[in-house]
Design a protein around this ligand. Structure first.
Ligand code: F6R
Length: 244
């Protein structure tokens, strides 16, 4: 638990930078699982600063984003492709061929094969070294909404009503928010060697309490994280304020 979200974001970015530099020193690539939303913005800002001011290179980094709305054009303002470019990729030296984001432009028929390939690509690279997560007020991680299975893989899902409400501002009204998304599964996330879930502000305190102290259940998918010994929650004081 950190005093504020800025301190916490700098600490998480520092962990990511140390991982990248450590692997680079061994001649290895780093495979990162990335999240979108407001939560990781400070982490990405600090990574950009580390790149510009302290020589952190992303040349040996391969990334897999958790999710994308479906359907979604890559160039749309609300796409996670646009989000990642604006917040990180356009400001660092990552090779664009190393960036993987679920494709919101596929036809329905093409989605299952794409999802399988996404999983296989991660596996072929030796798995995710680190997955960063936010948490939705439904308890979702990625877009694994209530009802998701612990062994679920990358797939097309239906977004929860509360998630669509929370996204409505970005889309200029709830009716414009897609009803579906492609997301890595709970099982995909679990296979990462290290998982860091971040949450800031009082708004997240109730769901953080459920995720950490509640009964493990598919009704709150983040509770599955209690079953892993390589998960860490990084919180600001407000998000941690309901924990006993
Ligand atoms: C984003 C994602 C979601 C968000 C969650 C929290 O890629 O997978 O699980 O992390 O909805 O969103 P924010 O950070 O906007 O509160």
């Amino acid at each position: 638990v950190y005093g504020n979200q800025q301190q916490a974001s700098v600490a998480v970015a520092g962990r990511i930078a140390a991982l990248i530099r450590g692997k680079e020193a061994k001649g290895e690539k780093t495979v990162l699982g990335l999240a979108t939303g407001v939560t990781p913005i400070g982490v990405y800002a600090e990574l950009v600063r580390l790149h510009k001011e302290e020589g952190l290179s992303f040349k040996n980094v391969i990334t897999f984003n958790l999710d994308e709305y479906y359907p979604m054009q890559a160039a749309a303002a609300q796409s996670y492709v646009t989000f990642m470019n604006e917040n990180l990729f356009s400001h660092v030296d990552i090779d664009k061929s190393h960036v993987n984001i679920p494709d919101g432009t596929l036809s329905l028929d093409e989605v299952p094969a794409f999802c399988l390939e996404y999983e296989q690509k991660i596996t072929a690279l030796g798995g995710l070294d680190l997955q960063i997560l936010g948490i939705g007020r439904t308890g979702h991680i990625g877009f694994n909404e209530p009802g998701s299975a612990p062994n679920s893989g990358t797939r097309l899902v239906t977004l929860d009503d509360l998630t669509r409400n929370d996204a409505s501002r970005d889309f200029g009204g709830k009716s414009n928010v897609p009803t579906k998304a492609i997301t890595m599964g709970v099982g995909t996330i679990f296979k990462a060697r290290e998982i860091i879930l971040m949450a800031w502000s009082l708004k997240k305190a109730p769901i953080v309490k459920k995720a950490v102290e509640g009964e493990i259940s598919g009704e709150v998918p983040a509770t599955y994280l209690q079953l892993s010994d390589h998960v860490e929650f990084v919180l600001d004081e407000a998000a941690a304020s309901s924990l006993t």
